[in-house]
Design a binder for this molecule. Structure first.
Ligand code: HPA
Ligand code: ZN
Length: 341
C-alpha cells in the first residue's frame, strides 16, 4: 500500500464493533492472573500457550480461548483485561468500541454477573476519562449451550440493567456455530429485545447463509457478526445491501481459523461492491495476531482497497454503532474530515 494511504488509514478515527473482551487477554496477563489466583493452566509456559495458537477451525480456537478465560475471577481481573484492551484500541485510534463478553463461561466458575460488570465498567469509565474512548458492552450467549442456560443468563443480567443501561446495550450469539442455528435462541432474543436490548448474532462464519437469514428473521438482529458466507446466496446479499444491515468482518480471524486459506480470497470486497455495509474488526486480537489496525492493513493490502473504499468501511462502523444520533454525527464528522482533508 502507498505510504500516504497507509498513514491515513492508521491515523483514522475508528469504531470497533466485533471484539470479544476475553479474546484480548494476552498470554502475559493470563499467566499473571493464573499466578495471582493459583489457577493451573493446561499450558505450563507462555511459549507453550502461544504454541497452541495454531488453529485449524473455530472449535480448535474456542478450546484454547475458554481455557485462557478461566483465570478471570474477581472484578479487578475484568478491569485489568478491559483496561489493557481499551489502551491498545486507543493506540489504533479507536474512538468508539462495543465489546462482547461471554458471561456463561464465568458464571459456571462462580463469578457473578455483577462482578464482571463492575470490573469492566470501572475500566470503561477510566478509559473515557483518560483516552476519550467511548465504549459499550454486548452480552453474548454461548450457542453450544442450551436455550435454558441462555434464558437463565439473561435473567441474571436483567436486574442489573437499572445500574448498567448506559453500558450494556445489547445481546449477541457466539461460540460453535455449526449445528447450533439461531432458531435455537428465538425466545431468549425476544425476551432481550422486550427488555430494550439491541440484538446482533454471529452467523455465516463457518455456518451456512441460511443461518444469516435465521438471525435476521427469527432473532431480528440489527447487525451480523462475520457474515462472510452471505456471498453464497445472491438474494441475501441483495437483502443486506437494501436494508443496510452491517456485517462486522474480522479478516485476521478468518485467516487464522481457516475460513479462507488466503486473504486474497476473502469475500469482503465482493460484499462491499454489492453495497453491503461491511466493517473491519479484530474479533480476538490476542489470539489472531493483530488489533484493528492490523486487520485493516492486511485486508486493504490483500484486496487492494482504495482510499474511497477504506473511508466507506470506516464510516460504516459508525453508522452501525449503538450510539445516539448526536454522538454519531460528531464521530462521523471527525471521520469525514480525516478522509476528505
Ligand atoms: N466466533 C464464534 N465464537 C467466538 C468467536 C468467533 O469468532 N470469538 C470468540 N467467540
Ligand atoms: Zn466473534
Amino acid at each position: 500500500m502507498e505510504a500516504a494511504l497507509l498513514d491515513k488509514l492508521i491515523r483514522s478515527p475508528k469504531a470497533e464493533l466485533h471484539m470479544h473482551i476475553e479474546g484480548s487477554l494476552e498470554p502475559e496477563l493470563i499467566f499473571q492472573l493464573a499466578q495471582k489466583h493459583g489457577v493451573t493452566l493446561p499450558y505450563p509456559t507462555i511459549d507453550a500457550l502461544r504454541a497452541a495458537y495454531a488453529f485449524t477451525d473455530l472449535q480448535s480456537f474456542l478450546d484454547v480461548y475458554y481455557a485462557g478465560a478461566g483465570v478471570l475471577l474477581d472484578a479487578d481481573d475484568f478491569k485489568a483485561m478491559t483496561a489493557a484492551y481499551l489502551a491498545r484500541a486507543h493506540a489504533d485510534n479507536v474512538i468508539h468500541t462495543e465489546l462482547f463478553f461471554d458471561p456463561q463461561t464465568h458464571l459456571e466458575r462462580g463469578v457473578s454477573m455483577a462482578t464482571m460488570l463492575e470490573g469492566m465498567e470501572a475500566a470503561m469509565v477510566d478509559a473515557e476519562r483518560d483516552h476519550g474512548i467511548s465504549s459499550r458492552l454486548i452480552l453474548c450467549f454461548l450457542r453450544h449451550l442450551s436455550e435454558e442456560s441462555a434464558l437463565e443468563t439473561l435473567a441474571q443480567a436483567l436486574p442489573l440493567l437499572d445500574t448498567y443501561r448506559h453500558r450494556l446495550v445489547g445481546v449477541g450469539l457466539d461460540s460453535s456455530e455449526r449445528g447450533n442455528p439461531p432458531s435455537k435462541f428465538e425466545r431468549v432474543f425476544a425476551a432481550a429485545r422486550e427488555a430494550g436490548l439491541r440484538a446482533v448474532a454471529h452467523a455465516g462464519e463457518e455456518g451456512p447463509a441460511d443461518y444469516i437469514w435465521q438471525a435476521l428473521q427469527l432473532l431480528q438482529v440489527e447487525r451480523i457478526d462475520h457474515g462472510v458466507r452471505a456471498v453464497e446466496d445472491a438474494a441475501l446479499v441483495q437483502h443486506l445491501a437494501d436494508t443496510r444491515v452491517a456485517l462486522t468482518v474480522c479478516p485476521l480471524s478468518n485467516l487464522k481459523l481457516c475460513v479462507f486459506d488466503d486473504l486474497e480470497k476473502h469475500t469482503l470486497k465482493t460484499l462491499l461492491d454489492a453495497g453491503v455495509a461491511v466493517t473491519v474488526n479484530s474479533d480476538d486480537p490476542a489470539y489472531f495476531g493483530g488489533y484493528v489496525n492490523a486487520n485493516y492493513i492486511a485486508i486493504a493490502e490483500a484486496l487492494q482497497l482504495n482510499e474511497a473504499e477504506l473511508h466507506r468501511i470506516v464510516a460504516n462502523a459508525f453508522d452501525a454503532a449503538f450510539i445516539d444520533d448526536d454522538a454519531r454525527r460528531t464521530m462521523r464528522a471527525a471521520v469525514d474530515r480525516h478522509w476528505l482533508q
